[in-house]
Design a protein around this ligand. Sequence first.
Ligand code: OSB
Ligand code: MG
Length: 387
Amino acid sequence: MSTPVIPSPRVLAPPTPIALDAVELRLVKLPLVHPFVTSFGRVDSRVIVLVRFEVAGEVGWGEIVAMEEPLFNYETVETAREVIRRHFAPELLASPIASLDDIVQRLARFRGHPMARAGLELAWLDLVGRLRGLPLTRLLGGTRDRVSVGVSLGIEPTLDSLLDRVERHVALGYQRIKLKIKPGWDLDVVSEVRRRHPDILLSVDANTAYTLADLPHLRQLDAFTLLMIEQPLEHDDLIDHAALQAQIQTPVCLDESITDEHKARQAMTIGACRMINIKVGRVGGYSQALPIHDACLARDVPVWCGGMLESGIGRAHNLALASLPGFSLPGDISASSRYFSRDLVAPPVTVAADGTVAVPQGPGLGLDVDEDFLRSQTVQVDRHTRA
Ligand code: OSB
Ligand code: MG
């Protein structure tokens, strides 16, 4: 066991309860600079749902990471809009909000929709940070001012184009390369990348493309000294992952299957994984991401910060989260330019030659939202105000 780390006290509430004037959703469409192809499909552009909490003289920004189609999980841009319009926003606008926990309690009777919830929690914490003049990393108990990052490389039309992309991202300093795999794009691809880069941290992400019947095939990945295999089996499975982990050497990391703290604890208890990818959106916000982090740290299970092709707003939240002590592996937090030709924050997020990104130190998310550019890319605004 490592020495227990006592997290600094977390500050998840403003000095006095806040009556929100408005909960606004802004749908922004941003084309990706390079198509992102995984076993579940191809993404050419992101429709990003930004959450904007408004109070007298201050705002708070969050991001909902649901995609346009229910491919990664069941939520979509439209389900998030609907559940917030009909259920979540009226609840939050009804009376002043005292703390993050107050938000959790008010939404507790509703089931599901973690990504929609998370967007609201993110906007809340940005608002708390701005009101208190403190960066998110301080509110959450972060312990580092730079975080290590890797890059997630999608399936390419040819092996040569993937090899070229691996080469380029290694040269940019990324500390870990993650390859998306699926049946027909796995052993040969991983073997060739490993042959050319014997010493890099290399991992693979199957996004649920296999079943336990593929055990003999997946076991062959053990030859490539991978850091991990992410979510090889079904999106809501823990049991088969435990069976798989018992029979392969490569550490299993869960992404899709970890939808809240309860699932994270169960996964560790039954040995379904040896690592966890924490995405604050997937697990329903900071109220789940923080206890998952703490539970993993207590059990020496490494965690890392996953990504959902976020804009700079979501990325700033991810950077703050990744500054916590349990995040001991490089996160999927790449430079703005890796995703978009222009980001919603200015200056954009950049990766230093040593493969680290600075944790923003300004109040709240700590990066300036480029409101003019944001407005120019906005396709829809839903504004919810007090009755
Ligand atoms: O499975 O981690 C994943 C992107 C969208 C949906 C799911 C995943 C991903 C990534 C990219 O791997 C992470 C990023 O760079 O944002
Ligand atoms: Mg994944």
